[in-house]
Design a binder for this molecule. Structure first.
Ligand SMILES: *Cc1c(COP(=O)(O)O)cnc(C)c1O
Length: 365
């Protein structure tokens, strides 16, 4: 049996007519940049997340950078980020001239451990970027409590958490702003790069909209300098087609997570742990094993493709060697980078495939 890690083509086949029509309409209108399709998608996504402002942009890295810029964060400032995430989270902080300060992750939930935040705060600290890693919400009640106490801004990195919730409130609503990616493999993915920023703050919304479109407020009225980070119109049209399917796809991801848990019970694999009221959207299904190289190899030989998110925790990447972090600085992230393994996860997966994967894993762990 062959099981790909993700199967974007299988998803396309389920919506191909709608997608083909949407793409053809954009071409026929020859309206490739800007236009009402962007506004329509921003409105639809805002209604889905239940947030006041959505500002489309080119990708989920720009969205982090623009939000930091919009909040006035730059040289001399420090921003707290989790020790495990995609490098865009910490990279955005450096790009605006500030310093990323890493916080170890919780040993059960993989998200920034709120108990370790206060020790990292000093007079230069301006913001926290919690990441809803793998689709599981970070502990926002605890993080917002600390942010309030120290008057820090909070940008939620929602690149992996479209539709994830705490007590029925969607991620993106807890902090001052949220940053989404629509990279093709994300839970809501475009057919190329795209991203957006969400906020309930009117002034911030106006500022980031200008920053993402060359500082313009209305055509040729450049109040500030900005960048060209517009969302592509073709991508907005594709996302508008896909958004109504997202809840169904999320439900299937959650069902597959249950099936994995069922078929891997009584195994030596550490399964994802979730709290009641924390709604996981399983962007990734990440387990931990002690003998990862052997398990990866066995699965690959049996036709099952896996991945690792991420093989090196952020503080130990070559690009951060100037900070001279040691394993003792982030013991959980340091240990887990060798144990985590992402199993195939997408709506079109079947229970038969999951049983097959679980059987291989049980045999080799
Ligand atoms: C994907 C991702 C990003 C960046 O999004 P792009 O659209 O690829 O730029 C940022 N943060 C996290 C946690 C991500 O997974």
């Amino acid at each position: 049996m062959q099981v790909p890690f993700v199967d974007l083509h299988a998803q396309y086949l389920t919506i191909s007519k709608e997608i083909d029509n949407a793409i053809r309409q954009v071409i026929e209108d020859a309206s490739f940049v800007g236009g009402s399709r962007i506004e329509q998608f921003e409105k639809s996504f805002g209604a889905y997340i239940n947030v006041k402002h959505v500002v489309g942009c080119a990708n989920g890295t720009d969205s982090l950078e623009i939000l930091l810029q919009g909040m006035g964060i730059g040289p001399g400032h420090e921003v707290l980020v989790p020790a495990i995430s995609w490098v865009a989270t910490s990279g955005a902080v450096s790009v605006v001239g500030a310093k990323p300060v890493f916080v170890d992750i919780d040993k059960d939930y993989y998200t920034m451990d709120p108990r370790l935040i206060e020790a990292k705060i000093n007079k230069n600290t301006r913001a926290i970027i919690p990441v809803h890693l793998y689709g599981y919400p970070a502990d926002m009640p605890a993080i917002m409590g600390i942010a309030k106490q120290y008057q820090l801004k909070v940008i939620e990195d929602c690149a992996q958490s479209h539709g994830a919730m705490i007590n029925h409130t969607k991620t993106g609503n807890f902090g001052d702003a949220g940053s989404f990616s629509f990279y093709p493999g994300k839970n809501l993915g475009a057919y190329g790069d795209a991203g957006c920023m969400v906020t309930n703050d009117d002034a911030l919304a106006e500022k980031i909209r200008m920053l993402a479109n060359l500082g313009q407020k209305g055509k040729h009225n450049h109040l500030i300098e900005g960048r060209n980070s517009r969302m592509d119109t073709m991508q907005a049209a594709i996302l508008q087609v896909k958004l109504p399917h997202l809840e169904k796809w999320t439900d299937l991801r959650r069902l597959h997570a249950e099936q994995y848990a069922k078929h891997l019970q009584n195994s030596r694999v550490a399964l994802p742990v979730t709290e009641k009221d924390f709604h996981h959207v399983y962007h990734l299904f990440v387990v931990r094993v002690n003998n990862r190289p052997a398990v990866e190899k066995a699965l690959a030989e049996q036709g099952v493709l896996t991945s690792v998110h991420y093989p090196c925790a952020l503080p130990y990447l070559p690009c951060y060697q100037q900070y001279r972090h040691t394993p003792a600085d982030f013991p959980v992230a340091h240990k887990y980078q060798h144990e985590i393994l992402s199993l195939p996860m997408y709506a079109e997966l079947t229970e038969e495939q999951i049983i097959y994967i679980a059987d291989v894993i049980k045999k080799y762990t």
